[in-house]
Write a protein that binds this ligand. Sequence first.
Ligand code: NDP
Ligand code: 2IT
Length: 451
Amino acid sequence: MSVIKDTIARVKQMDRDQIEFQQAVTEVLETLEPTAQRHPELVKAGIYKRIVEPERAVIFRVPWMDDQGNVHVNRGFRVQFNNAIGPFKGGIRFHPSVNLSIIKFLGFEQIFKNALTTLPMGGGKGGSDFDPKGKSDAEIMRFCHAFMRELFRHIGPETDVPAGDIGVGGREIGYMYGYYKKIQNAHTGVLTGKGLEYGGSLIRPEATGYGTVYFAAEMLSTRGLDFKDKTVAVSGSGNVAQYAVEKVIRMGGKVITVCDSSATIVDESGIDRDKCCYIMDLKNNRRGRISEYASEYNCVCCEGENVWEVLRKQGIKADIALPCATQNELNAEDADALVKNGCICVAEGANMPSTPEAVRIFQEHNILYGPGKAANAGGVATSGLEMSQNSMKMSWTREEVDQRLLIIMKSIHKACLASAEAYGKKGDYVTGANTAGFMKVARAMLAYGIV
Ligand code: NDP
Ligand code: 2IT
């Protein structure tokens, strides 16, 4: 049995209830076969077996009190996956679905994504099964403080640098950073995604969405295409989706969908800048439901269905698809429908939004398919730029950070294509992203010996 098959089998056996983690490991390792053949030294040093095992995973109790004085207990996680090329780095997710499998899959993906950014960051992820929906601001604050009351001892600016993810934005980062600063009595910049007044970077809120669109634009350019006059389907309506929509509009595309966990809206007349501002205010300030958009702008609202289901069932065409909500939101049937209706490009703003079967369909039909670890790497890359600015105790202008983000996304695109070709899979961004990210981390691990 090859070391790759052996390692996948071992994960499936050892982590048998961790479905999402198994999915992420299988998806990455299956593309690494040529690296094992070409670099027997990596096999000999046990790199493949070691890379699927986190350095450590911390699970902790998070007790907090609601506004009525009731005590609740949630579960907190931080998986420190790999710090071969820099401190552990990755977001924190607050969502009721969070469990060890989801945090491990996200932490595993983060290793390769962070390696692709060109910056010195290892991979990690954290979160809690806490549901921020319907909570008062005071409850959010108490929860964030309770979460940091344990997390603080495991992180540090040279050890592990968390950031946001689903359910964790500027407000939550503020509460967590404030508590960390209080108990450490120091401004260490330990979280990224901070407010501008206390060490945050311009463009960090925009970076994942912008970066995803920059990456898609790079993929399109390989076929002489661009966003101009293209119909674009975006899923989600959170941080990543909002700034993806904004950037597509600027690039001349027409966005016709967004969704949240309750409904999808289809606006065939196109989401323009004013409508995009409405979504930002609705989701970030009023914390409302996307169905309110349909009432405001008199368009179609499909309750209980996500974007890809709606496009499939209603036979709606999209030239470009940007899944920006959550894992496994787009399945084989949805992929089939997208392809049949003429979709040319899929760039993943979310982490692992397409099921493995959906990915296969995109690849079989020669769709320009950018996997999340490449396409959405702009968020963490800009977190890396925030870390650099914190270290230098200075801040760059909006234009400077945006320019660096663009350069990084172009370089990731280039690295993916070069590595795909080097490992015999020309034009395959999945192989390219996995092999390029892996080889950087693997070489560092090899240099350290068996540690
Ligand atoms: P947000 O919490 O800001 O937004 C998430 C959006 O997705 C919301 O519209 C939410 O709906 C929707 N959503 C979440 N879960 C589900 C679900 N199970 N079914 C349907 N819709 C769902 O998170 P982000 O925008 O930050 O994250 C979106 C994706 O992008 C995630 O996969 C994340 O890991 C990834 N990502 C995020 C980065 C970042 O910097 N923030 C960087 C790289 C990747 P509702 O409003 O109802 O909750
Ligand atoms: O999935 C991701 O890359 C993120 N949620 C951002 C991580 C970060 O450290 O900025």
